[in-house]
Design a protein around this ligand. Structure first.
Ligand code: NI
Length: 180
């Protein structure tokens, strides 16, 4: 395992379309994912996409812990809002409803900043795990947001390009001035 160097906004690897993985169960993919998870946890991120560690492949890791979801949710609602540490190879997203929800995002490739981004609130996603088995889930809220944010990295997009109001691109240190 190793902590990998994270590419920062402006590095060309973050702007390119990542390539599909031919064999999700290949040992080199397992090694990559293990390093990505270690890097994400070390950097205290909720997700990481392979291009962020200079590997232009369609692989993401993420987690949507209970603490990040709306506190007012029922047990049943909470299910779609949370996800354990998840690896997705060759992910695809389908938007379930056009309803948008705004939320503050950060990105390990855009250090020190936060931006307010509106995204579809309810999605379905699928992909493959490290054994090559299909994964399919529905996601809402923060869970839907983190998956969309990470999959955007695979298409060369960073969250500022999803913002409708760049007046809401702020330094983390100033977040206290904004209601969450
Ligand atoms: Ni990011």
């Amino acid at each position: 395992m190793a902590i990998l160097k994270i590419a920062r906004m402006g590095h060309p690897v973050l702007a390119q379309i990542a390539q599909p993985v031919a064999n999700p169960a290949a040992p080199e993919i397992r090694r990559l994912v293990s390093d990505m998870v270690e890097t994400m946890i070390d950097a205290n991120g909720a997700g990481l996409a392979a291009p962020q560690v200079h590997v232009p492949l369609r692989v993401v890791v993420f987690q949507a812990p209970d603490g990040r979801s709306d506190p007012g949710l029922s047990e049943e609602e909470r299910f779609d809002h949370t996800a354990p540490l998840t690896v997705l190879v060759n992910p695809e997203i389908e938007i379930v409803s056009p309803q948008l929800e705004g939320g503050w995002e950060g990105c390990l490739s855009v250090p020190g900043l936060r931006g307010y981004v509106e995204r579809p609130f309810h999605i379905r996603y699928r992909g493959f795990d490290l054994e090559g088995k299909p994964v399919a889930r529905t996601a809402k809220g923060f869970h839907a947001r983190v998956v969309q944010h990470e999959c955007d990295h695979l298409d060369g997009r960073l969250y500022p390009s999803r913002m409708s109001d760049l007046g809401k691109l702020i330094f983390e240190s100033e977040a206290k001035h904004w209601a969450s």
